[in-house]
Design a protein around this ligand. Structure first.
Ligand SMILES: *[C@@H]1O[C@H](CO)[C@@H](O)[C@H](O)[C@H]1NC(C)=O
Length: 285
């Protein structure tokens, strides 16, 4: 009887502990799509929304092989997505990457706001050499034959080696072209700590003149990067990133051409993860 009472009261308390965690809404925007990563602990993200990418993709000389194992990719059961790098007994790295089946086109005549709440695993920065979490978008044309960077890429947030700096980057046109690729046009901002922070990109097509349209990056509402159509200076290159269908990617890469290589201090597992609270898309009214 005593045990049954405890169980009943625990069950009653559970919904409070794992209350649905939705994206914030804004008075001057309509929420048009979100994934709040609800589901049971250990489940994979909703396959209606996401493709789970597996294998060694070979980009940027990265070390990881992507798997769909829950040690690399899972829902927490508390309305979050967790992506964690792992190292096997041979010293080889695995990790997780998902790409959205959902696509959106920044709305003509409006502002389209996309954002995700993200935190990092609690391992010390000294134990994160080589770890490279990212929240980013690619032009859907890249899934249908258009080469990179011509397909367009908008990186909302990237972080390397656990350092408390977030990078936002635009890639377009051709290597050596309008977006300074392969480096891209980049801005950065400090991150106060490894806890939850809100990463947002606003595509502003309210001006009919494409040269006055902008893509703007924010961390916790603080603007840290902006690129205008005029700065890109080529209509087709701008249209690929601001007038065309884009899809979302969340991944944690390991090593490669940008971060340091992982070293003997790098600790695999959820302490080096990227955790995502929600992903949302809004259009201005
Ligand atoms: C690994 O790299 C980190 C970050 O640069 C550094 O703090 C740490 O001392 C390095 N550890 C080893 C064993 O090289």
């Amino acid at each position: 009887m005593y045990a049954a009472t405890i169980t009943a009261s625990l069950l009653a308390a559970m919904p409070l502990l794992v209350k649905a965690w939705d994206a914030p809404t804004y008075g001057d925007y309509n929420l048009i799509w979100q994934d709040n990563f609800g589901g049971n602990s250990g489940d994979r993200p909703n396959s209606n929304n996401w493709n789970i990418i597996t294998g060694k993709l070979g980009y940027n000389s990265e070390l990881e092989t992507y798997t769909n194992d829950k040690t690399n990719l899972q829902l927490s059961g508390g309305y979050t997505l967790q992506i964690a790098p792992e190292r096997d007994s041979n010293g080889d790295w695995t990790s997780g990457r998902i790409e959205s089946r959902y696509t959106f086109v920044p709305a003509e005549g409006k502002r389209t706001l996309i954002e995700a709440d993200i935190r990092f695993g609690s391992n010390s920065i000294n134990n994160k050499a080589g770890i490279w979490p990212a929240f980013w978008m690619l032009g859907d044309s890249g899934r249908h034959g258009t080469a990179w960077p011509n397909c367009g890429e908008v990186d909302a947030m990237e972080q390397i080696n656990g350092a408390l700096t977030g990078y936002g980057t635009l890639h377009c046109d051709v290597v050596g072209g309008k977006c300074n690729d392969p480096s891209g046009i980049q801005g950065w901002v400090s991150i106060p700590d490894q806890d939850w922070h809100l990463w947002r990109v606003v595509f502003d097509r309210t001006n009919g003149d494409w040269t006055a349209q902008t893509i703007t990056w924010y961390r916790d509402g603080q603007q840290f990067h902006q690129v205008s159509g005029g700065r890109v200076g080529d209509y087709n290159a701008w249209a690929a990133v601001c007038h065309s269908s884009l899809y979302f990617i969340f991944n944690v890469a390991v090593g490669g051409s940008w971060p340091e290589p992982p070293n003997d201090s790098t600790i695999p597992g959820f302490g080096s993860m990227m955790e995502v609270g929600f992903l949302a898309v809004h259009n201005s009214k």
